[in-house]
Design a binder for this molecule. Structure first.
Ligand SMILES: [Zn+2]
Length: 607
């Protein structure tokens, strides 16, 4: 908070200085003398024409085709405005697997794949500690505004610098960087390691939480926001369709379908209208969890983002600030109802309006002409397998336990002897005091100590596990650690390349299994009070990798761009625009096809 005080003190002072300088220059120059032409090759200081605010808007699980399926129903202020006024890439794909939330969110501001960021999944097994960890787990921190004494989260597992980090390193931390989301990982990872703050929605109490990684206590404005208990106003709210049902029937099929799965205790239905109580009789944990599955959770984020802009004075001066807002409810709803559902369609139409509200606010307080807005998603989604079958697609649902059983049985048959049962070749890890076998994100973690004890070669065992996993119906291919580490796969093979981009040796497993398109390996929820997923994402296929990529700002020529692009291109493009060092692992390209040359750019008056 000290920074903001310094900024408030220095800004009037520097304005005064410039005024004095300007007046003395005017008085020194004879009135009739022509003004000296600006020398070419001597560009204006980078800060002069820099945007004051970078606004990253992510919608969790927003497939690219939502723009084309529903775009004509968008309003004029939100995603509709971005499509109209921004530079939009029609073929932007993630180039990694698994296409999950944390790896995707780590890409935007680092310009790097999980193989460099180290954020290989939402959670993985840590060999050193023998534990399952989340991408943002950090037991050296505490949560703020949550349950007292609860361990916190931080970006410490993110191995690369971000655009926000580079901004702050370049200007002595005068730039402010803030991340906001309903999900912890989606708030923390785009904001980066040197962020001022990240805030996420706490389902225990409806507060916006943070971590002692950033400060000892939340700023006063956050406490004031939490004391309003904004979320509680939606207790018992009815969520109905925004537009007439006929539009939904036309574009998303029937509403009441058997595969949509709802937790019976929620007192809700699998069709509209949805009544939001979570089965509770007053605002409580069950209600806040239920709120995550509604558009109202996004409304909380918009209100909080507006409060952040006002109270942190984001975009208030020439030191470019960065605000990242990630809307999570679209993902929760997508998991429960699938991408071809009335609910997913309604969430899309509503997030368009919610983004419109946010953009209007930014326009009023910062000016959109002083802002670069980036719109993207962390991954797409696959159709619900049961629905995919009706669509004549080769969809099927599998349980993780089936795959594990096939491999465990196969290992026993292949290696087991009387004196050597071969039952512990898959390493076990602890997760909340429980022990579980090392199969996560379709990665098998082998027990190296046990293999060594029994004189079994690791590389050979990897191949055996890979071959065994191919006995599983729906399994397409496998990749072993030995293959990936020794460069034995071709980057011309797009699936192999995406697996390689998702592999970080110290954190990944030893064998990675890829399923055929639309065939999905589901896992039971980590928290038994969470509903089972009806649909999901994570594959290397286009329904999961193809996402919107739109950049709106005065440095970008509006229009549709057909060139192949990736969300990893955002960070190097921004770094170039802002005149800062590209983030440490940045491997994306600069999206130069849409960049307006500085000399050609119209110079609207700064608001
Ligand atoms: Zn996600």
């Amino acid at each position: 908070m000290q920074n903001s005080r310094i900024r408030r003190l220095t800004r009037p002072f520097s304005l005064l200085l410039s005024l004095v300088f300007f007046l003395s220059a005017v008085t020194l120059l004879p009135a009739q003398q022509p003004r000296p032409a600006r020398r070419t090759g001597n560009p204006a200081p980078a800060t002069e024409s820099r945007p004051r605010l970078v606004l990253l808007i992510v919608v969790d699980q927003f497939r690219y085709d939502y723009l084309t399926r529903f775009g004509d129903l968008f309003g004029s202020r939100g995603i509709g405005r971005l499509m109209r006024e921004g530079a939009s890439w029609t073929a932007a794909n993630f180039d990694h697997m698994p296409t999950f939330t944390a790896p995707g969110h780590a890409v935007f501001m680092t310009g790097a794949w999980p193989s460099q960021t180290g954020i290989i999944a939402n959670e993985w097994y840590e060999r050193d500690t023998g534990k399952k960890v989340k991408s943002v787990t950090d037991d050296s921190t505490n949560k703020l505004a949550g349950k007292p004494g609860e361990k916190g989260y931080s970006p410490r597992r993110l191995l690369c610098s971000s655009v926000g980090d580079e901004l702050r390193m370049a200007d002595g931390d005068r730039s402010k960087v803030i991340g906001i989301s309903a999900k912890d990982r989606s708030a923390i990872l785009p904001a980066g390691r040197r962020a001022n703050a990240a805030y996420w929605f706490g389902t225990d109490n409806g507060n916006m939480l943070s971590s002692t990684y950033y400060f000892d206590r939340e700023p006063e404005w956050v406490e004031r926001f939490n004391n309003r208990h904004l979320a509680d106003q939606w207790f018992g709210a009815h969520w109905d369709r925004l537009l007439p049902e006929a539009e939904y029937l036309k574009r998303a099929g029937k509403d009441d379908v058997p595969w949509e799965n709802l937790d019976k205790s929620s007192n809700d239905t699998n069709y509209f209208p949805h009544v939001i109580t979570g089965g509770a009789d007053k605002p409580s944990r069950m209600f806040y969890k239920a709120l995550d599955y509604t558009p109202f959770s996004n409304d909380v984020l918009v209100a909080f983002a507006e409060a952040a802009i006002t109270n942190e004075k984001l975009g208030d001066d020439v030191d470019t600030d960065l605000l990242s807002v990630s809307f999570s409810a679209n993902d929760y709803v997508g998991h429960r109802f699938g991408p071809y559902s009335h609910e997913a369609m309604d969430m899309t139409l509503r997030v368009d309006r919610q983004i419109g509200t946010l953009l209007d606010f930014v326009d009023a307080h910062v000016g959109l002409r002083n802002t670069v807005v980036i719109f993207s998603a962390d991954h797409g989604a696959s159709p619900v397998p049961e629905q995919a079958v009706l669509m004549k697609l080769p969809g099927r649902r599998y349980q993780k336990a089936e795959l594990r059983q096939i491999v465990e049985d196969g290992l026993k048959a292949r290696y087991g002897r009387k004196d050597r049962p071969a039952t512990d070749y898959i390493q076990t890890f602890t997760n909340k005091e429980e022990t579980e076998p090392g199969l996560i994100n379709s990665n098998f973690y082998l027990n190296r100590a046990a293999l060594k004890r029994d004189g079994i070669d690791l590389d050979e065992c990897e191949r055996v596990v890979g071959e065994l996993s191919m006995r599983m119906p729906g399994a397409a291919r496998y990749f072993t650690r030995a293959q990936l580490e020794n460069g034995l796969i071709s980057s011309a093979d797009p699936i192999a390349r995406r697996v390689l981009h998702g592999f970080y040796p110290q954190r990944s497993g030893d064998v990675i299994v890829v399923f055929e398109p639309y065939n999905i390996l589901f896992d039971l929820p980590d928290d038994p009070t969470d509903p089972r997923s009806t649909a999901t994402h994570g594959s290397p296929y286009s329904y999961d990798t193809h996402v919107p990529l739109i950049i709106m700002g005065r440095d970008f020529a509006k229009g549709r761009y057909d060139q192949a692009a990736t969300p990893a291109d955002i960070a190097p493009t921004l770094a170039g625009l802002l005149g800062v060092q590209p983030p440490s692992c940045s491997t994306g390209r600069v999206l130069s096809e849409a960049l307006v040359k500085r000399s050609e750019r119209r110079q609207p008056p700064v608001k």
